[in-house]
Design a protein around this ligand. Structure first.
Ligand SMILES: Nc1ncnc2c1ncn2[C@@H]1O[C@H](COP(=O)(O)OP(=O)(O)OP(=O)(O)O)[C@@H](O)[C@H]1O
Ligand SMILES: [Mg+2]
Length: 134
């Protein structure tokens, strides 16, 4: 009998992993609001259409991201919140796994607009089907 076990393609593995984080639209809302809070926001706006199936929009006035960080935040295990195993014992943020944005991007069409307070220009990213459209 031949061997039957094979490694799943990254795209499939990512979607399975995403299912652990984003089970329904409410999970995406929770993750995005947690990110806004972790970014030090004092003003957070949430817009939801069709119970989150058509649109989930979160607008915050937190620290924002550089263009490089904005692209990086959609990688799995990419986080600004911890750097080593010791940090796991002193977590002060709502998130730390670096999974949420990657998970959301693997199950949704995503548009990200961000600007750090001191930057003159911001960044716009659009992701569809695991790919940056621009
Ligand atoms: N609204 C935001 N404002 C500023 N930076 C953000 C925002 N949302 C995400 N980020 C940045 O993107 C990174 C990745 O976000 P993501 O939610 O995927 O991971 P996390 O919050 O670090 O951990 P977790 O997966 O547990 O939520 C964050 O660590 C943060 O640096
Ligand atoms: Mg998060």
């Amino acid at each position: 009998m031949s061997d039957i076990i094979k490694l799943l393609p990254d795209a499939v593995a990512n979607q399975i992993a995403a299912g652990e984080v984003i089970q329904r639209p409410a999970s995406a809302v929770k993750e995005l609001l947690e990110n806004a809070i972790d970014a030090g926001s004092t003003d957070i706006k949430l817009i939801v259409k069709d119970a989150g199936r058509t649109l989930i929009q979160v607008i915050d006035n937190g620290c924002g991201m550089s263009e490089t960080d904005a692209r990086m935040c959609f990688e799995r295990h990419a986080t600004s919140k911890i750097t080593n195993a010791d940090d796991l014992f002193k977590i002060l943020t709502m998130g730390f796994r670096g999974e949420a944005m990657a998970s959301i991007a693997s199950v949704a069409q995503v548009e990200l607009r961000t600007r750090r307070h001191d930057d003159a220009m911001g960044t716009l990213l659009v992701i569809e089907g695991f790919e940056f459209k621009y």
